[in-house]
Design a protein around this ligand. Structure first.
Ligand code: GLY
Length: 308
């Protein structure tokens, strides 16, 4: 099989002054992951490494640089799925784990359980030598400034999707990776700080298998956007349903987003890999994504003309 990897680092509106640094962050991540795949490594290792890199990149909303809850705290969610083994590992609401994707992988590989929340997840991390970090070190000045601005603005949670202010629409910065390896196995990983100004305890789509992240023996999928809508749409499963109707990944992705928009609303972007290729689609103005195949050199894009 020819390997393929696609990454995203969020949908929404990327302000002009952040576009170049987003490009650097996502391309650095895809280079690391591509090396794994072209050297015969597994899809699951490639997606884990790509997401780890993006969690460490402070501009993206995952790991260091995660957006803050309305109380100014960090609550990160992550999920990893191995399409070959149907293994799943995930965490919900962790605030002291440097790389939630690494903890998710450890849970997938070492635990009898599948998903842990908060203290249980952090306890599992300590017991399995996954790096714990002071919550303050995950909080950037930019995250603090954005929360301050959010708390002052009119409209409250969810009012930002259609705001005319680009910075208000720029908050759906979940990161994700989907891949197929030389052995034809799929994997997906997604990690997020959630949505800016969320209530404490709120859970988004990222750690919900089949909604924000999914892999099996026919596809690998990762979403970004407003979790409440993605969960209601069960977006990963909608993509799978659409692939049964038309196996073109771009067509299936567009149709799944249309189903979500027509029935539920919201805003989302997604990336998808199947045996027939890959797709990166969105309902927002921008989707930060990068793809790599044996036929193409590094590639990234922010804007595709779809459903603005
Ligand atoms: N898509 C990330 C979240 O809603 O939490």
């Amino acid at each position: 099989m020819e390997p393929i990897i696609v990454l995203h680092a969020g949908a929404g509106t990327v302000p002009d002054n952040l576009r170049e640094s987003a490009r650097v962050g996502i391309l650095d991540a895809i280079k690391v992951a591509w090396e794994i795949l072209v050297n015969g490594g597994s899809a699951i290792d490639a997606v884990e490494r790509a997401v780890e890199e993006m969690e460490n990149y402070p501009q993206f909303n995952a790991g260091t640089g995660s957006v803050l809850t309305e109380k100014g705290t960090i609550e990160m969610d992550a999920l990893i799925m191995d399409g070959k083994t149907r293994g799943i590992g995930g965490v919900i609401g962790v605030s002291t784990v440097k790389n939630p994707v690494k903890l998710s992988r450890e849970i997938m590989d070492q635990s009898a359980h599948v998903i842990f929340t908060k203290e249980g997840a952090e306890q599992f991390a300590i017991e399995n030598n996954i790096e714990i970090i002071d919550e303050e070190l995950l909080i950037t000045e930019r995250s603090k400034n954005r929360l301050e601005k959010f708390l002052k603005q009119e409209g409250g949670y969810g009012s930002d999707i259609n705001s005319s202010d680009p910075e208000r629409r720029e908050k759906y910065g979940t990161v994700g990776a989907v891949a197929i390896d030389v052995n034809g196995n799929f994997a997906a990983a997604t990690s997020t700080g959630g949505v800016l100004g969320k209530k404490v305890g709120r859970v988004g789509d990222t750690p919900i298998p089949g909604s924000g992240n999914y892999a099996d023996d026919m596809m690998a999928f990762s979403a970004t956007g407003v979790g409440e809508y993605i969960i209601r749409a069960v977006l990963g499963m909608e993509v799978k349903s659409q692939l049964m109707i038309d196996n073109d990944p771009k067509t299936a992705s567009k149709r799944a987003l249309e189903v979500m928009m027509n029935n539920i609303g919201g805003a989302a972007g997604l990336i998808l890999v199947t045996r027939d290729g890959w797709a990166a689609e969105k309902t927002t103005r921008d989707l930060i994504y990068a793809a790599r195949t044996t036929e193409m050199t590094d590639f990234y894009d922010f804007s595709m003309d779809y459903s603005q």
